[in-house]
Design a protein. Structure first.
Length: 145
C-alpha cells in the first residue's frame, strides 16, 4: 500500500483524537479564546493538542459530496450570467465558484463549480438547458470529482 492516509471510523481511534479535532473546531469558531481554553474545555493536555493537531482533521460532509466543473463561452451581454445562474438554481445545486475572464471580442470564458451532491444524473439535463440559452456556446462538462 502506498497511500499515506486512511479514512477510519472514529470509534477505532483513541478518544484524544476526537478531542483534538473538537478543540481545533472550538478555536476556529471562537468558542474558545485560545488553545489553553479549548484543551481545558475538551479535557486534554496542551501537549496532546500540539502533538496531534496537524494530523487529526475532521472530514466534513461537504468534502464527501460531488462537484461538477462546467465551462462555457458567454457573449458579453447584460443579464446573461444571471439568466444562466437562474437555470442552475432550478436544479438546487450550490454554486461553489464562478470564474469569469474579461471579454475578448465580445465573449468571455466562464467556469462554474457546482456542489451537485449525489445528483450526477441531472447534470446532463442542466448542461442541455444551459446550451439552449441564447448567447452561450461551447458549454462543456470539464469534470466531476
Amino acid at each position: 500500500m502506498s497511500s499515506k492516509y486512511f479514512v477510519v471510523e472514529k470509534s477505532l481511534l483513541p478518544p484524544h483524537c476526537e478531542k483534538v479535532a473538537l478543540a481545533k473546531h472550538m478555536i476556529a469558531d471562537g468558542e474558545a479564546k485560545d488553545v489553553s481554553d479549548a484543551v481545558r474545555k475538551v479535557g486534554i493536555s496542551r501537549s496532546t493538542y500540539y502533538k496531534y493537531r496537524d494530523y487529526v482533521k475532521e472530514m466534513s460532509s461537504v468534502s464527501m459530496r460531488k462537484h461538477a466543473i462546467i465551462s462555457m463561452m458567454m457573449v458579453h451581454e447584460v443579464g446573461l450570467l444571471s439568466t444562466m445562474l437562474r437555470v442552475v438554481s432550478e436544479y438546487d445545486f450550490s454554486i461553489w465558484t464562478i470564474n469569469q475572464n474579461p471579454p475578448v471580442d465580445g465573449k468571455a470564458n466562464v467556469v462554474i463549480t457546482l456542489d451537485i451532491g449525489d445528483s450526477v444524473d441531472s447534470i446532463d439535463d442542466l448542461i442541455s438547458d444551459i446550451k439552449c440559452l441564447k448567447g452561450l456556446s461551447k458549454v462543456q462538462l470539464l469534470g466531476i470529482d
